[in-house]
Design a protein around this ligand. Structure first.
Ligand code: UDX
Length: 459
């Protein structure tokens, strides 16, 4: 099928490249010329495992192209994805101005023939109908410009389209895997024709042609109305964030009564009604989705006069959890002023270079406030030279050098390679080696044998 994806951020680019890989003809549109040039040359502007390989292959096979020309993209696509950002405003609401601009632009360029306009961006509930209205505004704008040379009124522009809400559930760091191995596909629309086209689009994924387990059962497709599809996205992320805040609260109680939250998580996770995933206690959740989506849902509820007691607690538990590493450092080192703390990992989770709302940023601010010197090593950030929000942090290029002269280390991000470091060598280069394992990720006995005083979260 012919697909146009507008916005080549994280969601847009992954969607475009994956749709090209399963055989569709994809045009990706972005208004950032430099980015488009970069992508035309086969380079991905974001780090995501496997993405640049699939992108290079799709370019070589002429399944994907990149342009700044929205009109060309709209004319090409039978299915038009809106995948631009909806960053949070200071109030917690989503900033929908980019979605609005794209919807208007689509309206200004819509041609004859039926099209499906898909909201892939996470948009406030009710945006499906709003997008439809904005597209029609765009059509009306163009109509005004059509004045027949001989005077009179121009023929009415005829457009035919439906809007679909198709939320994404991709995790950063495993976005390609998640696209080909989804738990479900959610399609919200008022139009049967649009749903049928979307089912055709995803047929190779639904039939598991590209899944790891090709013989597995077909992927469930959940068809809903527009508002419910939008709510599925918010409710999923809010539930997962709540699940993590829950286990973090349990961890804090474990710390006090002398239980081990990793054993507790195993014990409760085997109850199939609970499930074992997202029960890893630590220094809290961050990233570009959970914080933004939970706040947006709280905001929507309050617009309707409803107070979200549970979601407010989800957020406040997470805020407090971000102080846990600091509290544990104070317990171990007492005075932090003048001490040096080394952070293992900076990104909000492993396999991404994303620092958005990363717990590390709060920890760094608090350590600086208390007069502590901060050093850090992160497999991606150290190499990329990205220093956003990291002023006054010494970023080392070698994890084992990081320990040199530190009074304590804090494991902030559970990068796989941190399991295999030479901790005995690192301990020797420290005064009184302390390891705060903010993700309960390292082997306690091995760390102790290497000479560290090991402190986990809730164990
Ligand atoms: C999330 C959702 O999982 C995804 O479906 C949605 O589309 C976007 O938001 P992502 O932000 O990439 O994906 O990260 P995820 O792997 O879900 O982790 C979010 C945060 O929770 C991270 O900071 C992670 O470290 C933390 N986390 C996760 C925990 O603290 N404990 C866990 O058990 C799981």
């Amino acid at each position: 099928m012919r697909v146009c994806v507008i916005g080549t951020g994280y969601v847009g680019l992954v969607t475009g490249v994956c749709l090209a890989h399963i055989g569709h003809q994809v045009v990706c549109v972005d208004n950032n010329e430099e980015k488009v040039k970069l992508m035309q040359s086969g380079q991905s502007p974001i780090y995501e495992p496997g993405l640049s390989e699939l992108m290079t292959e799709a370019i070589r096979e002429e399944k994907i192209s990149f342009t700044t020309d929205l009109e060309a993209g709209v004319q090409h696509g039978e299915i038009l994805f809106i995948a631009v950002g909806t960053p949070p405003l200071p109030t917690g609401e989503s900033d929908t101005r980019y979605v609005e601009a794209v919807a208007r632009g689509i309206g200004e360029h819509l041609t004859d023939g039926y099209k499906v306009i898909v909201n892939k961006s996470t948009v406030p509930i009710g945006s499906g109908d709003w997008v439809r209205m904005i597209v029609l505004d765009g059509v009306a704008e163009r109509q005004k410009t059509l004045v027949p040379s001989g005077g009179g009124t121009a023929t009415e522009i005829a457009v035919d389209f439906d809007v679909v809400s198709n939320p994404e559930f991709l995790r950063e760091g495993s976005a390609i895997f998640d696209t080909f191995n989804p738990d479900r596909i959610v399609l919200g629309s008022n139009g049967d024709r649009a749903i049928a086209m979307m089912k055709d689009l995803y047929a190779p994924i639904v039939s598991r042609q590209f899944s790891e387990d090709k013989s597995g059962p077909t992927v469930p497709v959940v068809v809903t109305d527009l508002n419910s599809a939008e709510m599925v996205k918010y409710a999923s992320n809010a539930f997962l964030a709540t699940k993590i805040s829950f286990i973090n609260e349990v961890a804090n109680i474990c710390d006090r009564v002398g239980a081990d939250v990793t054993q507790v998580a195993q014990g409760i996770g085997l109850d199939s009604r609970i499930g074992s995933r997202f029960l890893q206690a630590g220094i809290g959740w961050g990233g570009s989705c959970f914080p933004k989506d939970v706040l947006a849902l709280i905001h929507t509820a309050s617009d309707y006069g409803y107070t979200t007691d549970l979601l407010n607690a989800t957020v406040s538990v997470n805020k407090r959890q971000r102080m846990i590493a600091l509290e544990k450092l104070q317990q171990m080192l007492k005075i932090l002023k003048g001490k040096t703390v080394g952070l293992l990992g900076l990104t909000f989770k492993p396999d991404t270079d994303d620092m958005r709302d990363a717990p590390a940023l709060d920890l760094i601010d608090n350590l600086h406030r208390l007069g502590t010197k901060v050093k850090a090593y992160d497999p991606l950030i150290s190499q990329s030279g990205m220093r956003h929000g990291l002023s006054n942090v010494i970023v080392e290029t070698d994890p084992e050098l990081l320990a040199d002269g530190c009074d304590a280390l804090v494991l902030v991000t559970d990068w796989k390679q941190f399991k295999g470091l030479d901790y005995a060598k690192m301990a020797k280069s420290m005064q009184n080696p302390v390891m705060i394992d903010g993700r309960n990720f390292l082997d306690r006995a091995a760390l102790q044998a290497a000479g560290f005083q090991y402190v986990g979260v809730g164990r």
